[in-house]
Design a protein around this ligand. Structure first.
Ligand SMILES: Cc1cc2nc3c(=O)[nH]c(=O)nc-3n(C[C@H](O)[C@H](O)[C@H](O)COP(=O)(O)OP(=O)(O)OC[C@H]3O[C@@H](n4cnc5c(N)ncnc54)[C@H](O)[C@@H]3O)c2cc1C
Length: 351
């Protein structure tokens, strides 16, 4: 039996070809004699990670990111923090200095390198899950509306169903998107002719300087599968949604119908990361790929889905490298045959 520590060392070695040491640790230089003492000089200072003790949430080392991505691909992350609250996020930005960081929502739009992520992953899977009680009001035209404050780690399916319980309409169109509100906001995720951006009144984030900043709708630009935020970066912690009052039963009927349509059209029984390519203007990536007979095209354990040509599925132990080879092949073939450059929708991490 291997101990946990040894298992982690072996996993890291398998993915990175390196031992268990953290990659930013500098190696000691040659031995020198200073005032009669033998010392080793390091070329650079090691950053101190003592600040991690200030974090209230969980911290893990060498977690395999394949456990956190919907396509089940991705090597180890050096450090993963599950922040407990906003203060933890502020601590991260106060001390992490130049250490690269990645925010992980539900991992449903990510393709992470087989060698993983050299830096700090901030994982919101276990936190930021509150949906506050809606504030109902009448707008200037007398329509019944409500403001709903939701934290960034809430899953879109739970958000849509909770809104339906309050008879709040609109957001049910996004019920089948398997991500968190934070991820949906970054991607301006959409379905059934609606996008998350159209419901947003404000977004609150912790910026990279550790400030809590609330951005109003007019400070954001919602483009196709991408929201443009003002400079400041950081991590989205919550948003305020503006929804209309509707009929609860018909909202729940919509939810059943949207989920049914999805399971008919999408390969939901195999790991995948949703639509790989953005739709070009006036066409769909799926139609273009299918028209070239590429359904079923396979590299290693990754395949273009037979059910939906814009999905790549992991049939077992596919690697990020396999997926990238398929992406390159599709882009090249579509450009050659249709003269269209397909842009990827999935977010590549360290590839
Ligand atoms: C089966 C399937 C179906 C899908 N269908 C759709 C669909 O119909 N429409 C659609 O638009 N998408 C769809 N997707 C893609 C995906 O679900 C969405 O893009 C989703 O919004 C991503 O959310 P996430 O929480 O999983 O984000 P992640 O994949 O974890 O991250 C996506 C990006 O957002 C950043 N991020 C995440 N949370 C935060 C935060 N709190 N603060 C700052 N940055 C953050 C990440 O760093 C990354 O850059 C589908 C995916 C799958 C697997």
């Amino acid at each position: 039996m291997q101990t946990e520590t040894w298992k982690k060392k072996l996993i890291r070695y398998a993915h990175t070809g390196k031992g268990s040491e953290l990659p930013w640790k500098s190696k000691p230089g040659p031995q020198k004699l200073v005032l009669g003492h033998k010392i080793f000089l390091r070329k650079t200072m090691n950053p101190s990670f003592e600040w991690l003790e200030k974090i209230k949430g969980d911290i893990r080392y060498d977690e395999l990111l394949s456990r956190f991505t919907s396509i089940r691909i991705g090597g180890p992350a050096d450090i993963m923090i599950y922040p407990k609250d906003i203060e933890d996020l502020q601590t991260i930005f106060k001390y992490k200095s130049t250490l690269p960081h990645l925010v992980l929502g539900e991992g449903s739009n990510l393709l992470v390198s087989d060698s993983g992520f050299r830096g700090l992953v901030v994982c919101l899977k276990n936190g930021f899950k509150t949906i506050h009680t809606p504030r109902f009001y009448k707008d200037s035209e007398g329509k019944d509306k409500a403001l709903l404050k939701v934290e960034a780690g809430v899953k879109m399916s739970y958000l849509a169903k909770t809104a339906a319980r309050y008879s709040l309409s609109g957001i049910q169109k996004l019920v089948g998107i398997p991500g968190s509100l934070g991820g949906a906001l970054v991607m301006n995720a959409g379905a059934e002719g609606a996008e998350i951006g159209q419901f947003i009144k404000s977004v609150t984030r912790v910026t990279e300087t550790g400030n809590i900043q609330t951005l109003t709708r007019d400070q954001l630009q919602f483009d196709y599968r991408k929201t443009q935020f003002p400079p400041g970066g950081g991590i989205i912690v919550s948003a305020e949604l503006e929804l209309e009052k509707g009929d609860s039963q018909s909202i729940f009927d919509d939810i059943t119908s949207f989920l049914g349509k999805r399971s008919n059209k999408q390969p939901l029984s195999l790991p995948n990361s949703g639509s790989v390519f953005k739709n070009p203007p006036g066409d769909t990536a799926g139609r273009l790929i299918e028209s070239l007979g590429l359904k079923g095209f396979t590299v290693g354990d990754a395949s273009i889905s037979i059910k939906h040509a814009n999905f790549i599925v992991n049939k077992g132990s596919a690697s990020a490298k396999d997926v990238i080879q398929i992406i390159d092949h599709v882009q090249k073939t579509v450009l050659e045959k249709h003269g269209i450059e397909l842009e990827t929708e999935i977010v590549r991490v360290d590839i």
